[in-house]
Structures are given as structure tokens and as C-alpha cells.
Write a protein that binds this ligand. Structure first.
Ligand code: ZN
Length: 297
């Protein structure tokens, strides 16, 4: 199943306040607000300039969201939770802020293939239970898959989205975190097929249908030197500033100092009646904890 089909099942109404956490250059299109910890760091996106969407972006930490209790209808967090040192704290923060949640993260298969060293966890699920295995998987292929495979075979992995990514969508309060003692490597080895009947490599092979455009894109990238499509990708992605925060979104935000919800816009700042001020850098208001502490009036 493709990602767009999975996202198509997320039900939202026009009044829903939807917040994307960490969506960066590719947020959930229905989002009213994107919250990014590192809005200008694109080192994990193959050093491409960040393409901001036409959705307002603020800078904040995932564990201290400037959103009042029950303040949003849906939190969308795609490929974030595996990066966080404290995923249980993040889940708690999601439950505080939102009724519903969409979580997406790599499956074990994808963690093994890409072996991203900067992922803190390999995550497996059992119903609403998320099991976090400390990531100690060896990078047997270096960053080959991340650098080369993502660039050349985007269409390949799009068509296999469900094999490569876990998607959880539902009530936030139902989700449970578990931290098994074994590490990711120990977990993988515990499931080794050695000793079982023969490992059937055919069971997991699917034959997705590619569009003509995807076939052409794969064919072109397989024969062209990488510099050609890297240049094409750069041309497509100019640095842009995100959309300004409309008053309807500002009214949904909470001051991180006094937890009040009477934030006012004053030129290049957002101000609270308690005296706290949140400044703006390249179109992004800064609600990140270590920074806003220094901004107290
Ligand atoms: Zn305040």
C-alpha cells in the first residue's frame, strides 16, 4: 500500500486543529501548524535546502509543546519518534495535547536495510503497544541505502511503503510504550531463522505497479550520472520561508512560561501577558525551551 492511500484514511473535519510534529519539508498536507525542533537543519535530508510548505512553522521541542491540554484534534508525527531519546515522554505529551494521533516510523526491515546510526530505537508494535529496542544495529552497508537508494529508488520504496514503515492511527490515550531489556540486535538475532524450516525468501515479495513516470524516473536515474539528478533536485527545492501564523492558529497556542493562552502578535514577536516573548527567525517563531528562557522580559 502506498503512503497516500494510508494517509487518505485519516479522517479530519474542516474544524479540526491538526499539528504536524517534525514534518519539516514534507508535512501532512492537512496540517494547520508544523512544529520543528530543527527547522533549518537539513543534514538528515541529504543536505538539500529545506523546502518549507505553505503551512506555518514554529520551533519547539517535542516534549514541551506550546499547546494547551486537549488543544488539538490530531497530532501527526511521521519518522520522529525513532529519533527521540525519550519517546515515552513524547507519547505522554501527545496524550496531553491531542485526542487522536498518527505515528509513522520504520519497520524492522527498513531499519536493517538502511541502518540509520542516528535512530535511537528500532520499534515494533503489538496492537497499540510500541516496543522500543535500543538501536545498536550494525551499519553493514554504511549509508549506502540512505544516500544512493533513497535518491535512485524513491518510487520503489513508495510502492512498498507498508513493508518499510509502520503506521499507527487512532486514539492517543490507547498507545502504550514498552522498553524491553534486549537491544535491537539481540531482538533481531532472537528471531533468526537458523534452526527453523527453510527460510522462504519468496513470502515477502510483492509486485507493485509503477506508473509510466515512475518507470521513466527509475530508468533515467539508473543510467544518468548522480550529479545530473542531484542538480535537478536542488533546482526543485529553493529555500523558502514558511507561511505566517494566522490569528486562528495563534489562538490555539500556549505560553510555555505561564501556560496561559492569551498570546498576542506584536510585529516580529509573539507576546504573552506574563511578559514572555517569542521571537522570529527566518519566518519561524521560537518556542524552544532553552531559547525562550532567555527571552523573558
Ligand atoms: Zn505567559
Amino acid at each position: 500500500m502506498r503512503r497516500e492511500d494510508i494517509l487518505g484514511k485519516i479522517a479530519t473535519t474542516g474544524n479540526d486543529f491538526v499539528v504536524d510534529i517534525g514534518g519539516g519539508h514534507r508535512p501532512f498536507p492537512r496540517s494547520n501548524l508544523v512544529i520543528e525542533k530543527y527547522p533549518f537543519d537539513h543534514s538528515l535530508h541529504r543536505d538539500r535546502p529545506m523546502q518549507f510548505p505553505t503551512i506555518p512553522v514554529i520551533k519547539a521541542d517535542a516534549l514541551t509543546l506550546p499547546i494547551p491540554d486537549g488543544g488539538c484534534d490530531l497530532i501527526f508525527a511521521s519518522h520522529i519518534i525513532e529519533h527521540l531519546p525519550d519517546p515515552a515522554g513524547f507519547l505522554q505529551e501527545i496524550k496531553r495535547c491531542s485526542k487522536r494521533v498518527y505515528l509513522e516510523f520504520p519497520t524492522r526491515k527498513r531499519e536493517l536495510m538502511f541502518a540509520w546510526s542516528y535512530h535511537q530505537w528500532m520499534i515494533e508494535t503489538e496492537g497499540p503497544v510500541l516496543k522500543f529496542y535500543r538501536n545498536d544495529l550494525p551499519q553493514m552497508f554504511g549509508d549506502f541505502f540512505h544516500v544512493e537508494y533513497d535518491a535512485a529508488l524513491g518510487a520503489w520504496s513508495e510502492a512498498r511503503h507498508e513493508h518499510l514503515n509502520t503506521s499507527l492511527y487512532g486514539l492517543a490515550e490507547e498507545l502504550v510504550c514498552e522498553f524491553p531489556e534486549m537491544s535491537a540486535s539481540e531482538r533481531v538475532l532472537s528471531d533468526s531463522p537458523r534452526g527453523n524450516s527453510r527460510f522462504n525468501f519468496a513470502t515477502d515479495i510483492t509486485r507493485p505497479k509503477y506508473t509510466l513516470w515512475e518507470c521513466a524516473a527509475i530508468a533515467a536515474q539508473s543510467i544518468l550520472p548522480p550529479t545530473v539528478y542531484a542538480a535537478a533536485a536542488r533546482r526543485k527545492e529553493p529555500v523558502t520561508f514558511p507561511a505566517d501564523i494566522p490569528s486562528s492558529v495563534l489562538a490555539r497556542l500556549m505560553c510555555l512560561h505561564c501556560r496561559g493562552i492569551s498570546l498576542k502578535r506584536s510585529g516580529e514577536q509573539i507576546e504573552c501577558s506574563c511578559g514572555a516573548r517569542y521571537t522570529r527567525d527566518r519566518g519561524v517563531f521560537d518556542f524552544d525551551v532553552p531559547n525562550h528562557n532567555t527571552l523573558t522580559a
